[in-house]
Design a protein around this ligand. Sequence first.
Ligand code: 5GP
Ligand code: ZN
Length: 114
Amino acid sequence: MSVSDCVFCKIASGQIPARLVFEDEEFVAFHDLKPQAPVHVLLIPKAHFSTLLEVQDAGLLGRALLAVSETARRLNVAEEGFRTVINCGDNGGQTVYHLHFHILGGRFLQWPPG
Ligand code: 5GP
Ligand code: ZN
């Protein structure tokens, strides 16, 4: 699939609407279409990387996690706790091949995942 067909690239560029909760020059965070918890937000780099394995830039990954923290605070889940998940590849359960960090909260989350 080409980048121009990527649904998250289209959200990042505003071609497809999404309920945004955070945006800066590098990242955007928006509510998941099918939330699996009371709070379920996806944070993505605006640049297209298919999976985590494609990223070589440690700075970008570090800033992404700081943006996850900031987004969790804005969503008021920072104090009670939340989970950040990166599904990578088919066995990891990845369905959209544009790197994204799930931010889940608002209820107790079981461990281990299924
Ligand atoms: P994955 O399974 O790849 O880790 O997660 C992809 C997530 O993207 C899923 O939770 C799915 O509900 C969400 N998703 C897929 N398409 C869209 C969309 O067009 N808009 C939004 N907001 N979320 C989407
Ligand atoms: Zn993309």
